[in-house]
Write a protein that binds this ligand. Sequence first.
Ligand code: ADP
Length: 478
Amino acid sequence: MESIRGRMTIWYATALIVSLAVFAVVLYFARRSATYQDLDRRIQSEADLTAGILAESYHARGLLVRKDTTGKPVLISEVAAVLEVVPDYLLVTSRDGQLLFGSPDARSLGFAHFEQLTALASSPGGLSGPKRFQMPSGPTLDYVVRSVPEAGGQIGIILAGADTRSAELQVEQLVTTIVIAFLVGVVPAVLVGRWIAGQALEPVDSMITEIREITDGRSLHRRLPVPMEKDELGRLAATLNQMWTRLERSFAALRRFTADASHELKTPLTVVRAGVERAITRPDMPPETLATLEETLQEVNRMTELLDSLLTLARADEGRAELHREPVDLRDIIEEAGETGELLAEHAGVGIDIKLPPDPLVVTVDRSRVRQLALNLIENAVKYTPRGGQVSVELGTNDGRAVFTVADTGIGIAAGDLPHIFDRFWRADSARTRTSERAGTGLGLAICKWIAEAHGGTIDVQSRPGRGTTFTVGLPRA
Ligand code: ADP
């Protein structure tokens, strides 16, 4: 589960379901035992009630038993009529175990089951509290058996019993109710829980959005709004803000240092260059010293280039690299860069082909920066294309944007390297290992990217090792 909200909802739902389930189980067993106790109490009081009726009748009439037409002993009809209304199973036997009375429910049991019931009434070990009896292929009963000493010895025992199905039914109803309540209750409760978790975490979500905006690198000066309450989120926001303050300071110090150092180094380097240039022109210079001086001059030029690039990037980071925008025809810029490219290409033995549109393509940009961008890409294309290869530069429009591409048939860039080529000081190993052949600083593309983005444009690269590379720059026309 990706989000804390999702996890909280799952924990909450699990806790809710477990506690509801425990509650339901406890309720089920408590209700079940109470229902059976109710049933047992009912049969006990039915037996007591019958005993009371018989005792009273004995006191009023003396005789409780008569013979019916077949000569079998039965309860006198006045008493039988009163007992007729007693529900459930009720049997009354004589002292010698003969059945005197059976209640309507008992009589409706069917012959076999009625026989089993009467057998219970005459079984030894009667006179007891509630017992349970499962009739083979019949109902299960709870029953009590009691004697009636107050009836003048005419009555043997009374058996009062009830079908446990009535209790089971009640318990079943309870289970149905619990299941329905569970389904109806849990779903809304989980939804509400999810909503509450969402509410609680909402500030975290908005904090994440703001942090993302701040950490894109250019917004380190921004801070999170610190809520009034000093709760966990308030403290987190304050701590993050402190961290950004420190980060911002050290970034600023780093940029300052880079800018100052490059700036300070430029002047002595200019002096060195002037000195070397002057020395080279002296006619009496021995050839070995001349070669050394030329090498020194090359390195000094490279260092000057590096310092310029560093200074540009440091200023850009500080937001101090201003763009002097003016409407220019991009064809002029590409043409100028292309001319330099042609010289380089000729020297490197690489063909170059420049395609410009017939109509002016006017954009409002910083002329020198865009020239630097185009030149950097063309120089790279020539630099990383072996003798005999081809470089094509093309200017056009696409989707209302000015687009220029610099494609070469050179060494290409490995797929794993592509994400890094715009990083500062990054150079592919193949470029590094042949430094003398392909001298560079590793800052060119970082600057190209900055120039494109500072103009609201984009720079993309496509490359296949050994086949060549295509850089595409898009600039907004407005
Ligand atoms: P560098 O000064 O090394 O050329 P860049 O920033 O201009 O620095 O380029 C960074 C790296 O990207 C280069 O070192 C090279 O490995 C790779 N690269 C740039 N352009 C090309 C290209 N046209 N073909 C192949 N690799 C290139």
